[in-house]
Design a protein around this ligand. Structure first.
Ligand SMILES: [Fe+2]
Ligand SMILES: [Fe+2]
Length: 277
């Protein structure tokens, strides 16, 4: 059958998710993520998956150069150069987030209800939108994604949890994306103070969407905990301690976390010790 211009060349949601993961060019990956999101929302993709799980690592562009965290240049505090570096590192996180969402669908979707796929396709599509917003802003600042070295190792948590849905949900949406809820509002304030309203506005859009991503993580964690008849808090603590290196960092955005289904009893015991004043 010839590919339809409206739905893309994919018949099933599994095929479509895998093809996002296999797209190496960053702009093409972000665009395809949003197209697959729209096709799924339109009912243009069948709820079916192939037999093989996705590859251990998704395809990535040649640039940026990936470096170990310890070899990354220190980010400057202010100025346009510093803001470019900040937005570049956020774009890198969003590109990774596209793959995390579509890997969630392709890897764990076959064993979950259809709504699981719907939730993570929507997340992946929004991550594609976030990447585009940030990369458009980088271009307005006279550069592009790929111009600076980027953090290697963002996929490590995904790789380590590739056989365990509860571990994946605990570490990715409920720890890493929840961290975004803590750090984004202060970043927005900083950008506004620097007079960069355009970048602040983009981070505002991302912040609102990310609340839903964390909430989806909490919801599916609770559902799987119930299915396996486990204790939510004890299991969360055990999985985060096993798969997430280091302590969770204060200060927490308690209001946004609670609204996204994360109780303080889940994350507080995993936090670093508060600084004495
Ligand atoms: Fe995002
Ligand atoms: Fe997200």
């Amino acid at each position: 059958m010839p590919p339809s211009p409206d739905t893309g060349p994919f018949a099933t949601v599994g095929e479509a998710a895998i093809s996002v993961l296999l797209t190496s060019d960053a702009d093409a990956k972000a665009d395809l993520a949003q197209k697959v999101g729209a096709a799924w929302a339109d009912g243009a993709l069948r709820f079916a998956f192939g037999d093989a799980p996705p590859a251990d690592r998704p395809a990535r562009p040649d640039r940026p150069e990936l470096r170990l965290p310890r070899d990354m240049p220190r980010r400057r505090a202010g100025g346009e150069k510093g803001r470019f570096a900040l937005l570049h590192s956020l774009a890198h996180i969003e590109l990774n987030a596209i793959d995390l969402a579509f890997d969630m669908v392709a890897r764990f979707g076959p064993d979950q209800p259809r709504e699981f796929t719907s939730d993570w396709i929507k997340v992946g599509s929004e991550e594609g939108k976030h990447f585009n917003l940030l990369n458009d802003r980088l271009k307005a600042l006279a550069g592009t994604y790929g111009d600076l070295p980027a953090h290697d190792g963002l996929w490590d948590a995904a790789f380590a949890t590739r056989h365990d849905l509860l571990a994946r949900l605990a570490v990715v949406p409920m720890v890493l994306e929840a961290r975004g809820l803590d750090v984004t509002p202060p970043m927005i304030d900083k950008l506004v103070r620097a007079g960069d309203e355009a970048s602040a506005e983009i981070l505002g859009i991302i912040y609102e969407d990310e609340k839903d991503h964390v909430a989806a993580g909490s919801r599916w964690f609770a559902s799987e905990i119930a299915a396996q008849k486990l204790d939510a808090t004890a299991t969360f603590h055990e999985l985060v301690r096993r798969y997430f290196k280091g302590d969770l960092k204060r200060p927490f955005n308690d209001a946004a976390r609670t609204a996204a289904g994360l109780s303080a009893g889940l994350y507080e015991p995993l936090a670093d010790t508060p600084k004495s004043s």
